[in-house]
Design a protein around this ligand. Structure first.
Ligand code: DAH
Length: 339
């Protein structure tokens, strides 16, 4: 009898530890019910002598009390656990990421142009020489090609020339104009590659946004209006733009555009961003060269267009006051988490 009582206790203690709400009632019946092992041991008491009856009787009673307590305690702790476990409660452990500063700026720029009716289209990062140069009126031997001369791939195709990582987003214009008839108003963001030596303001890979519009009656005033709207939406209501004549092979006339310094309004002389000039260069633009329209099968006698291209990294640096482009690409969380 003594061993049986001990074994019963060991077996019960083992089971009660892992019991859950679904089986705790079954466990109570199994161990405390009339047909339980405990019940059977109680049933044997009357056949024992007086001394044994007293000893085992009190042992069985104390085991019964212990089992009842353990079951009640288990029920209580299960209930508490369930109450404190709320499936709808957000996890404390998951850290939410955020968009990269360059992605935030690129999206913001695109959304301003979208509001003006432009459609966002992504071009190809791997381009052929024809799309990257010739179609944009940059002939093979043209000196301006040096600045763009870039990462060639070990691939070539007849007619199209060698493949390369595009050195600007302007080939997006060509791809869109080859496939679509005017009227067109397109904005095209993406990565570009140049063999620049990496320093605080240069990277071998950076980001540009190309924009252009083509229709029968597009003129330079449309370009100015669109860019001024963009600058005032993006930087602030009171910025101005300055158009300086410039040369680009794919536009005629062409201009470089400066925005009035967004950092210094009174302390101009001391401004380290505009170096006291009051203007910051932000993009290149112009009226699409007739040869470019013609290369895409669009009649330059009937259609005109404007185009512009801006560097996202540079604009993000101006906006956030960042003085080193490398910060965008080093993946240091202390920098990235600020956006
Ligand atoms: N593709 C030029 C560059 O990478 C930027 C540019 C200038 C784009 C004038 C244009 C434009 O569309 O009209 O430097």
């Amino acid at each position: 009898m003594e061993n049986e009582i001990k074994n019963l206790e060991t077996e019960f203690v083992k089971e009660i530890r892992t019991a859950d709400t679904a089986n705790i009632e079954a466990l109570r019946i199994k161990y405390l019910g009339r047909k339980s092992s405990l019940g059977q041991l109680f049933a044997r008491l009357p056949s024992l002598n007086k001394e044994e009856k007293g000893r085992y009787g009190s042992e069985l009673n104390s085991l019964k009390g212990k089992m009842t307590n353990l079951i009640n305690e288990r029920i209580k702790s299960l209930g508490q656990k369930e109450e404190s476990f709320d499936l709808t409660f957000p996890s404390a452990d998951i850290e939410r990421g955020s968009l990269h500063a360059l992605r935030i700026v690129s999206k913001k720029i695109c959304s301003i142009f979208e509001r003006l009716g432009f459609t966002v289209i992504e071009g190809n990062e791997v381009e052929d020489e024809w799309h990257n140069f010739q179609a944009l009126n940059i002939p093979l031997e043209h000196p301006s090609r040096d600045a763009f001369d870039t990462f060639y791939l070990d691939l070539a195709e007849k007619d199209k020339g060698k493949y390369l990582l595009r050195s600007h987003t302007s080939p997006s214009q060509i791809r869109v104009m080859q496939k679509n008839k005017p009227p067109l108003a397109v904005i095209s963001p993406g990565r570009v590659y140049r063999p620049d030596v990496v320093d605080a303001s240069h990277s071998f890979m950076f980001h540009q946004i190309e924009g252009f519009a083509v229709d029968t009656d597009i003129n330079f005033s449309h370009l100015k209006g669109v860019l001024l709207y963009f600058a005032r939406e993006f930087f602030s209501r009171d910025v101005d733009l300055r158009f300086r004549p410039h040369f680009f092979p794919f536009t005629e006339p062409s201009a470089e555009v400066d925005v009035s310094c967004i950092i210094c309004s009174d302390q101009r002389q001391k401004c380290s961003v505009c170096k006291g000039k009051g203007w910051l260069e932000i993009l290149g633009c112009g009226m699409i060269h007739p040869k470019v329209l013609a290369a895409c099968g669009i009649n330059p006698k009937k259609y005109r267009g404007f185009a512009f291209g801006m560097g996202v990294d540079r604009i993000a640096m101006l906006k956030y006051g960042i003085d080193d482009i490398r910060l965008f690409y080093e993946n240091d969380l202390r920098f990235l988490e600020q956006f």
